[in-house]
Design a protein around this ligand. Structure first.
Ligand code: GTP
Ligand code: MG
Length: 418
């Protein structure tokens, strides 16, 4: 093995598609906001008596301002949501820990996770948790303490506990990914409630299956229900615990093919959620425990695997990374679509309505101007006519007076002569 293979995962994450789109769409809304504000200011400055713009239209532009602020608020909270399901002990919590590259969620033998746990990025340097029925954040110091806190709560299996972990330390959380862990699918009778409460706004589902056994009916039925409620959900299947296969290399290929055939049939022929071509990027054979341990070692500056290298370790390591890339790409693209398409439509509608108001105002003011000009023209014409009349009159008067004067002069001369 070369040392290059084991470098911590950096580089261009596909999640940046979402992060960048979010930034861009926010910039667009900053632009729309200033346009709306300017228009509002302008329209408010026009006097109501002028009859160019009605009070109602000015109010409407104020409403646009509030709506934009609302959209920008939602936008800052928009995130990519991925939910993990699977039978008890298949390794759901361990997969999430491996993705986060740290032991954050309690994991262990037996039935461990007993309610929905949502890991998301927090802004404080210390992690804390929030339960559904209290607004008070509770401190979390360690995984053990978290496990204890969760166990001491009397929570139903559908209830949600949010775990806010300092986002600065975790790239996934910093990029607005929210990871939701669930209790084993085989222990809950409340699957419909689970779907209503936790699945309808999910961008991606990960089914953590057990490569040591096979897909079970409870797992299949659950995803049948999910795909009845959502059109074409994005589903990934992780055949976890693939490290167990290392002990039986003679069966490896056959078992892999069997799992692959069954999962492909499930996703393509039963659920119809992807095509035969796409399904290659949806099914992976991994070992979450190995991956987590390797990453913890790498973080400490150690080799990822001390002791004897288990057979196929490197393949499983790379396959996990491959899963991460494909999954992040799908998550990012899906979230851009489901979250931002709505905002874009709303932004467009506001701009269109505002444009209509501004055009109406322009037309009104243009009409008023024209009316004024016509009035002025009429005035001018009337003035000219009067002046002319006056001139004629003056001429006539002058002529008349001249005539009179002449007549008087003649009379005076005549009188003098007489
Ligand atoms: P619940 O919360 O009880 O539903 O289980 P879970 O699906 O969250 O499983 P969890 O992550 O707690 O893992 C159960 C046990 O399996 C733990 O002891 C893990 O260390 C172990 N485990 C998880 N992934 C693997 C794996 O890939 N290989 C092996 N060998 N063990 C694993
Ligand atoms: Mg668990």
């Amino acid at each position: 093995t070369t040392s290059v293979c084991w470098l911590p995962d950096v580089g261009d994450s596909p999640l940046k598609i979402f992060v960048l789109a979010k930034k861009k769409i926010n910039d667009v809304f900053v632009g729309i906001q200033s346009y709306v504000e300017e228009s509002n200011k302008f329209l408010s400055s026009i006097k109501v008596e002028s009859n160019i713009v009605s009070e109602q239209l000015v109010k409407e532009t104020s409403n646009f301002r509030e709506r934009i602020t609302g959209i920008r608020d939602v936008l800052t909270r928009d995130h990519m949501k991925v939910v993990f399901f699977g039978r008890t002990s298949n390794g759901k919590s361990t997969v999430i820990n491996a993705l986060l590259q740290d032991k954050i969620l309690p994991s262990g033998l037996g039935h461990t996770t007993n309610c929905f746990l949502q890991v998301e990025g927090g802004d404080t340097p210390e992690p804390y948790l929030l339960t559904e029925d209290s607004n008070d954040p509770q401190n979390v110091q360690s995984v053990a303490q978290l496990a204890h806190a969760l166990n001491s709560e009397k929570l139903g299996d559908s209830s949600l506990v949010r775990i806010l972990w300092p986002k600065e330390k975790y790239p996934l959380l910093r990029d607005d990914v929210v990871l939701v862990d669930s209790p084993g699918i085989d222990v809950s009778p409340n699957l419909d409630e689970w779907i209503d409460k936790h699945c309808l706004n999910a961008d991606v589902f990960v089914l953590v299956a057990n490569a040591e056994s096979t897909l079970m009916l409870t797992e299949k039925n659950f995803f049948h229900k999910v795909s009845e409620r959502l059109s074409k959900p994005n589903i990934f299947i992780l055949n976890n615990r693939w490290d167990a296969s290392a002990f039986e290399p003679e069966f490896l290929e056959r078992v892999r093919k069997q799992h692959l055939d069954r999962t492909i049939a499930f996703l393509v022929d039963e659920l119809h959620v992807c095509t035969r071509l796409e399904v290659e990027d949806r099914v992976f054979f991994v070992s979450a425990r190995e991956m987590l341990q390797a990453r913890l070692k790498i973080k400490q500056g150690l080799a990822p695997h001390t002791g004897a290298l288990a057979d196929g370790f490197q393949n499983r390591y790379f396959e996990f990374q491959d899963f991460e890339r494909k999954f992040e790409e799908c998550l990012s693209k899906s979230a851009v679509k489901t979250k931002f398409e709505q905002h874009t439509q709303q932004g467009k509608a506001i701009i269109k309505a505002l444009q209509h108001i501004m055009e109406l105002t322009f037309e009104n003011s243009h009409k008023k101007k024209k009316e004024k000009m016509e009035l002025r023209k009429e005035h001018k014409e009337r003035l000219e006519f009067t002046q002319q009349q006056l001139r004629l009159l003056t001429d006539e008067v002058k002529h008349h007076i001249g005539h009179l004067v002449h007549k008087v002069e003649q009379q005076v001369a005549k009188a003098l002569n007489e």
